[in-house]
Design a protein around this ligand. Structure first.
Ligand SMILES: Cc1cc2nc3c(=O)[nH]c(=O)nc-3n(C[C@H](O)[C@H](O)[C@H](O)COP(=O)(O)OP(=O)(O)OC[C@H]3O[C@@H](n4cnc5c(N)ncnc54)[C@H](O)[C@@H]3O)c2cc1C
Length: 419
């Protein structure tokens, strides 16, 4: 395990420091926007780069609310962007955290088929993982499961020894420091409210005072807000981003010894979510989750967060109407599990029976930015689009934090080609 040292935090500028112009304006200070800014400066330090973040600090949305898992590349369709960029990024990420003394623990992961009926799906995952070049994989039986995770049970499991845990907020903060050290700007409280483009430049409008910044190229890395900003820039409303809340429970301190590393179920192949899992974090606690319930607001971290304009926009897209018609049953089940802790825990007890509802307290939630195509299909792969001088990250859900450094290389090359 690498040790943590006192963090160097980037000097994040207030909105009063907005420049009039930057070669590249990056909208969104999550791990992907920051990594794109860093990559643009690494490739050519003469560029002027400004990251605009609407919140008062960086990495507060998806990046700050993840499970903290450095995925090894098990699940993804061979040849997909997720498969290629995850495998490419793991090595880059590892080197990055080692260089900067950030936490990285290779605790390993079990993906458990709880019953014989799940074994064919587990075998499919094994084939994918092997094709993707995930190192050190083993298929283990009951005894092998118990040897690695004494509190876990199951029929058969994939053991991935190189799957790791880290602190993506600390990584994002360090990347922000790289950006400012290289002469770029990271500006907080700078919400982009409009975008316009001509043949030679992009106009980015910030805040209620409507301050204008001109840019050669704008890169939208705005998570759940990305499709909305793409529309402002003259791009299409679809694929739409549908926010799916993922709620976590935390295991009581007295029970954390039940979990040594990462314990996952076999995921439902019809959804791009990994199923409720048990995750040890680098801070020493154990999280259980996340589930996947439709959020009624883009930053809808609680059931009571409801944004009527967002629901109206969603209902106006063909993709969402198809999604709702095709998947409402699953939606009802997930919502039931969300409000009923016992139902949530019953799922977990299939592979870690020693966890009781009384051992768990509600913890934080995250909201995934999940793109849906016109037919209502949840888009599985990463998706980056470009409309003239505006590049938009349309879909970068999990393992987006793991893949951020490699994904940023591709996005930065795309943006540089548009200037
Ligand atoms: C519950 C959950 C668990 C996850 N677990 C993992 C995991 O274990 N491993 C993994 O690799 N990945 C995981 N992910 C996925 C990962 O967190 C994301 O892929 C990644 O953080 C995406 O980064 P981002 O920069 O695109 O988005 P974000 O971190 O959401 O950043 C987008 C930023 O844009 C800003 N913004 C939005 N609109 C505007 C505007 N108009 N003007 C200015 N700024 C704006 C937002 O405030 C935000 O800071 C998880 C995600 C969730 C939700």
């Amino acid at each position: 395990m690498a040790t943590s040292e006192p963090r160097n935090i980037a000097d994040i500028s207030p909105p009063s420091d907005l420049p009039n112009h930057a070669d590249f304006v990056i909208i969104g200070g999550g791990i992907i926007g920051l990594a794109v800014a860093r990559q643009l400066l690494l490739s050519d330090e003469r560029r002027s780069v400004a990251v605009l973040e609407k919140e008062s600090t960086i990495a507060t949305h998806q990046t700050g609310r993840s499970s903290g898992v450095v995925h090894a590349g098990i699940y993804y369709r061979p040849g997909s962007q997720k498969a290629e960029l995850t495998r490419r990024s793991v090595g880059m990420l590892r080197e990055y955290v080692e260089t900067h003394g950030l936490p990285y623990i290779e605790c390993g992961k079990l993906v458990i088929a709880a019953s014989e009926s799940e074994v064919p799906l587990l075998r499919d995952l094994e084939h994918r993982a092997t094709a993707n070049g995930v190192p050190g994989l083993e298929v283990v039986d009951r005894a092998g499961i118990e040897r690695r995770e004494p509190a876990a049970v199951g029929h058969l499991a994939i053991w991935s020894p190189t799957t790791a845990i880290t602190d993506f907020v600390a990584i994002a903060e360090r990347i922000a420091l790289d950006v400012t050290t290289a002469g770029g700007m990271v500006i907080s409280d700078a919400e982009v409210v409009d975008i316009a483009q001509s043949a030679t430049k992009v106009g980015v409008v910030v805040g209620t005072e409507r301050r204008l910044i001109t840019a050669g190229v704008a890169v939208v890395c705005a998570g759940v807000q990305s499709d909305r900003l793409a529309v402002l820039a003259g791009d299409s409303a679809e694929p739409a981003v549908v926010p799916f809340r993922g709620e976590y429970l935390r295991l009581a301190a007295a029970k954390t010894e039940l979990v040594r590393g990462l314990i996952y179920p076999v995921p439902d192949p019809n959804y791009p979510f990994l199923g409720v899992h048990l995750t040890r974090t680098v801070h020493g606690d154990v999280l259980v989750g996340p589930n996947a319930v439709l959020a009624f607001a883009r930053d809808g971290y609680r059931w009571r967060d409801i944004e009527i304009s967002h629901l109206r926009d969603l209902a106006g897209t063909a993709g969402f109407r198809h999604l709702a018609a095709d998947h409402w049953r699953r939606g009802v089940v997930e919502s039931w599990r969300s409000v009923n802790k016992r139902a949530y825990v019953r799922d977990v007890q299939r592979y870690v029976p020693g966890v009781a509802a009384s051992d768990l307290v509600r913890a934080r939630a995250g909201v995934r930015a999940q793109a849906v195509d016109r037919s209502g299909k949840l888009i599985d792969d990463f998706l980056v689009g470009r409309k003239e001088r505006v590049v938009t990250v349309r879909n970068a859900p999990s393992p987006g934090a793991t893949a951020a450094l490699a994904l940023a290389e591709d996005i930065a090359a795309n943006a540089a080609a548009a200037i």
